[in-house]
Design a protein around this ligand. Sequence first.
Ligand code: ADP
Ligand code: MG
Length: 203
Amino acid sequence: MENPDTVLHIEGLEFAYRGGRRLYEAFSLRLRRGECVGIVGPSGIGKSTLFELIAGNLRPRKGRIEHGRLGWVFQDPYSSFHPSYTIAKQIEEVAATRDFAEHLEALRLDRSLLERYPHELSGGQLQRCSILRALSMEPDLLLCDEPTSALDNITQLETMKLLVRLLDRVGILLITHDMDLARWACDRIVELEEGATTHKGVA
Ligand code: ADP
Ligand code: MG
């Protein structure tokens, strides 16, 4: 990417599933390190599809997607960890660094929690572990798909606060159906509406 601060650049994206309606048309978006951009819209509008496109699991019909190193945080922390291995083992498997422990304090995680199995942790603790796992991959761009919607309200806010605090090192693309949350957390919001996924002016 021409600008080292750019962690995601989408230009003129067009996409539809085979036989499905067009989900993206002339969609452009640029995200820089230090920014949190929200993708907000109702269920079925194409939010998760955008992440699959960015991750390279789906191919656009038209357009270009460039990005730095990716990290992911999914909605349900229990299904994003394997139940039969410790957290530590599952982080070590994907970590780009042995130094992920530096993030423990920022995420308010006790090191001993990492030696446990997923079901031994609360939802909030486990979601912080999945943020830790994402950070251990040393990402430029953090893709968060409804990262707090499986958590109770208080834990949700705490977790979002921790995520936003990481912004000096990453750019965050936050998928949510919760406009209040997006308004609170995001520098910019891209609202996806039925029949109006054309966002020519967003870049
Ligand atoms: P969201 O994350 O906003 O709820 P999705 O991106 O998951 O929406 O889905 C957008 C639309 O694409 C939905 O209508 C969904 O049914 C459809 N869709 C999702 N995945 C596939 C697929 N693999 N094949 C065909 N259609 C799909
Ligand atoms: Mg989705």
